[in-house]
Design a protein around this ligand. Structure first.
Ligand code: FPP
Length: 264
């Protein structure tokens, strides 16, 4: 397992939060609009969207977030122009080449979520080698959803369950979770979407059943440390109930309290 570099061990989270999510998943949206605002081609927006990765991972790590999932390419993105699709494939390869050693030295395990067999063979090998190199790292897990779709994931899980000959009476939620791409990850606690939309866009459909959703108008290439602080602050103030009543009925906020829980 990679060890934590000495200078990192002293880093502190900038805000003292009552609750920090274990798993944060991000829909990185707004690259195209970021580029258009600057009169640049869309791919320039995607390239710019790789410049903040190191800082974003570092900031979540400072707060003690254990799992970070980034949605980089959806099964629906294949219908974009060929140049954009090919550009995104090249960008993923470049990110792996540029960041892998740094991730490994910082104890970060890399996982891929999605259909690997749909990727160009060279990229696929690169992804597999990166996962192999970092598989024992435990400081943080970085999952890249690439050629990922939530519905495709459920279809793949059902196919594998049927192929494994599992009897119908043994199929339950726990078993299905074991057959998803995310078998090694806890469910996300917080899903962040940049670029201002309020959609889930086929992302972690099963796993996100009780995730808190946070949308920010900031375009992904501009998403920085203070935006992470804001998102985590908002999360720490949410009351998670998982379909249950609050533990104590007095937790129900009075309308005049702006939805904030009563201080105890
Ligand atoms: C959505 O923005 C973003 C994508 C489809 C690609 C996201 C990819 C990256 C940030 C680069 C690769 C990152 C990793 C981790 C490998 P959009 O094009 O839909 O933006 P728009 O809504 O403004 O048009």
């Amino acid at each position: 397992m990679a060890t934590l570099p000495a200078e990192d061990a002293t880093r502190r989270a900038p805000l003292a939060l009552a609750r920090v999510p274990c798993h944060v998943a991000i829909i990185m949206d707004g690259n195209g609009r970021w580029a258009r605002q600057r009169g640049l081609p869309r791919l320039a927006g995607h390239r710019a969207g790789t410049e903040n990765l190191r800082r974003v991972i570092q900031r979540f790590g400072d707060y003690g977030v254990q799992y970070l999932t980034l949605f980089a390419f959806s099964t629906e993105n294949w219908s974009r122009p060929k140049t954009e699709v090919e550009g995104l494939m090249r960008i993923l390869g470049r990110v792996i080449r540029r960041e892998l050693q740094h991730l490994h030295e910082n104890g970060i395990r890399l996982l891929h979520l999605g259909r690997l067999d749909g990727l160009p063979p060279r990229l696929r090998r690169q992804v597999e080698e990166a996962m192999e190199l970092t598989r024992h790292n435990r400081r943080m897990t970085l999952a890249i959803a690439f050629n990922y779709g939530g519905r495709a994931e459920i279809v793949d899980a059902v196919r594998r369950i049927v192929a494994a000959g599992v009897p119908p009476e043994e199929v339950d939620e726990r078993l299905i979770a074991r057959f998803l791409y995310t078998a090694e990850l806890p469910d996300p606690d917080l899903i962040i979407r940049t670029g201002g939309e309020m959609r889930i866009s086929n992302f972690l459909l099963w796993q996100g059943a009780y995730a808190e959703f946070y949308s920010t108008p900031v375009y992904w290439p501009d998403f920085a440390e203070e935006d992470i602080d804001q998102a985590l602050l908002a999360y720490s103030q949410r009351q998670r109930r998982f379909g249950r009543l609050p533990q104590d009925e007095s937790d129900y906020p009075h309308p005049s309290e702006n939805g904030r829980p009563r201080p105890r």
